[in-house]
Design a protein around this ligand. Structure first.
Ligand code: NAP
Length: 282
């Protein structure tokens, strides 16, 4: 029987560091870091997510600033809001909640975010720097994936890592982070042949698919570390991509959903905002 990787307790370590940083600034009469969140439309899940983020910011002494915009906003006006944030020296980080409504060009709009405030690493500048191995903001979900893997103490160097999913926000950057740690990385997707066998070779298996319960015990090598990024609403409950109950019988460590990757990502965004603050203020 494997161990549960507790995302909440790992996030707590970072939250304590953030709180200590913000408290010290406030005690010295300095401005504390500020994170702006742009939400277009009022999708229930996204509003819930933003409200939780606000609560967390308030607990940690970080200033949240929300831009709840009408779902019919046009591109020009949305870009105006982004430019206003870019030019506001009291804001350190910006999060644009994705996906945007279909009438908006996500690629064009994302490109307007200042790379200095792009704490979720969405802009071409940050992505380019990241893939070239230069200092940059790294997308927070894959960054959380790596932190959770490291928390197990597994030797990443030389291990076989398999990532299922090749999206720009999760699969590809997760694979790149593992490659940076000297794992031998295989990226799988919907056209991969013999997926189960490829996965069964993995010492580290990352599932970022968006298909609840897709990864069964047949995908998992004995003693593997399994990270479940998937979050799909099923009958009002969040479900991961991994059949947790059966996979934990075989794996050495597994992340739960909820309580795994998702618990870390908001904290990582706030941590990146503190890093942006340090770069822009000091
Ligand atoms: P996405 O853009 O839809 O990508 C899904 C990937 O899974 C694609 O590369 C797709 O392959 C692959 N895939 C789909 N069906 C497959 C199959 N049968 N076999 C193998 N591969 C298959 O999704 P995403 O944005 O990367 O997100 C993935 C999951 O993570 C979602 O559940 C999302 O909600 C969740 N998520 C969680 C967090 C968090 O903080 N916990 C953050 C972001 C996302 P193709 O490329 O060939 O289509």
């Amino acid at each position: 029987m494997g161990l549960i990787i507790d995302g909440k307790s790992i996030a707590m370590k970072y939250r304590n560091e953030i709180k200590a940083f913000a408290t010290e600034l406030a005690d010295n009469g300095k401005r504390t870091p500020c994170i702006a969140t742009i939400l277009v439309g009022n999708d229930g899940g996204s509003v819930y997510y933003v409200n939780n983020q606000v609560k967390l910011c308030n607990n940690l002494g970080i200033v949240p600033k929300n831009y709840f915009l009408d779902e019919n906003i046009d591109e020009e006006n949305l870009i105006k809001v982004i430019e206003e944030i870019n030019n506001d020296s009291s804001i350190d980080g910006v999060i644009l909640q994705l996906p945007l409504p279909k009438h908006l060009n996500e690629k064009n709009i994302t490109s307007k975010i200042s790379y200095k405030k792009d704490v979720d690493g969405l802009t071409d500048i940050n992505l380019g720097k990241f893939y070239k191995g230069e200092e940059s903001f790294v997308p927070c979900t894959p960054r959380s994936v790596l932190e959770l893997i490291k928390s197990t103490g597994v030797n990443i160097q030389g291990s076989n890592a398999v990532v299922i999913g090749r999206s720009n926000i999760v699969g590809k950057p997760a694979a790149q982070l593992l490659l940076n740690e000297n794992a031998t990385v295989t990226i799988c997707h919907s056209k991969t042949k013999d997926l189960k066998n490829v996965c069964r070779n993995a010492d580290i298996l990352v599932a970022a698919i968006g298909r609840p319960g897709f990864v069964t015990k047949e995908f998992v090598k004995e003693g593997a570390v399994v990270i479940d990024v998937g979050t799909t609403m099923v009958d009002g409950k969040i479900k991961g991509d991994v059949m947790f109950d059966e996979v934990i019988q075989i794996a050495s460590h597994v992340t739960p959903v909820p309580g795994g990757v998702g618990s870390m990502t908001t904290t990582m965004l706030i941590k990146n905002t503190c890093e942006a603050y340090k770069k822009n203020v000091y």
